[in-house]
Design a protein around this ligand. Structure first.
Ligand code: AP5
Ligand code: MG
Length: 218
């Protein structure tokens, strides 16, 4: 299974990718998580990326394409993977197609989540992430106990780029640079849109339906 989870900030790409990873034992390839890890460890990649991320801008294509090329070669990505947050520009998508061609593999589907922008701002205002294991929470799930991750005991934090003004800018960046990708994938028939406004479990079920339908076709 090789799928792309696509959509604007805060639609639930990470949340859904983690559920699928548990279910199918696939690799979860989140470029945002990889970049945040690099920033935390102050690697050369992290130093390059930090300024862009804090401002809510995209990290340059050549950096991202190099990063993904590396990850796709790794052991964990050989059998199946879920791409979350990549590609985000047409140049990235074209580079990804070239990599797949070279590797002799194909995408099963591009699953796009749709959520209203007001809901994105609300969700990202309420999101808390674990600094240690990267688990994603929202304030509703934490009911009062907001300090520690239930999974690993790590510290929970509000992402720097989740401030409402940065979220608004990230949404603009999405509209200008990432949304055009929908047409790119529509043209090749790999594109499926689902309603991300529904609750987490229901969205997960819709994604499973797509995956199983795809399997029966092949
Ligand atoms: P990245 O980390 O990828 O951020 P994003 O795409 O903006 O998406 P988010 O992680 O904010 O949202 P999500 O869709 O994963 O939602 P989540 O599941 O957490 O990228 C960050 C930055 O890195 C970029 O701005 C850029 O600078 C750089 N970058 C990354 N990739 C790049 C690339 N390819 N090229 C260039 N630059 C790149 O859910 C959000 C909240 O909502 C959570 O609290 C969750 O609990 C809640 N929630 C989820 N689903 C539901 C639901 N159905 N109902 C109610 N609440 C829900
Ligand atoms: Mg995410």
């Amino acid at each position: 299974m090789r799928i792309i989870l696509f959509g604007p900030p805060g639609v639930g790409k990470g949340t859904q990718a983690k559920l699928l990873t548990e279910e199918f034992n696939s690799a979860h390839i989140s470029t945002g998580d990889l970049l945040r890890e690099a920033v935390k460890n102050m690697t050369p990649l992290g130093k390059k990326a930090k300024e862009y991320m804090d401002a809510g801008n995209l990290v340059p294509d050549e950096v991202m394409i190099g990063l993904i090329e590396e990850v796709l070669k790794s052991e964990k990505a050989q059998r199946s993977f879920i791409l979350d947050g990549f590609p985000r520009t047409v140049a990235q998508a074209k580079a990804l197609d070239r990599m797949f061609e070279k590797m002799g593999i194909a995408l099963d589907a591009v699953i796009s989540l749709r959520v209203e922008h007001d809901e994105v701002i609300r969700r990202l205002g309420n999101r808390r992430m674990c600094r240690t294991c990267g688990r994603i929470y929202n304030l509703d799930q934490l009911n009062g106990d907001m300090d520690r991750c239930k999974n690993c005991g790590g510290e929970l934090y509000h992402r720097d780029d989740d401030k409402p003004e940065t979220v608004r800018h990230r949404l603009d960046v999405y509209l200008n640079q990432t949304k055009p990708l929908k047409d790119f994938y529509r043209q090749t028939g790999r594109f499926i849109q689902i309603d991300g406004m529904q609750e987490i479990g229901y969205v997960h079920k819709q994604i499973l339906d797509i995956i199983y339908k795809n399997r029966n076709h092949h």
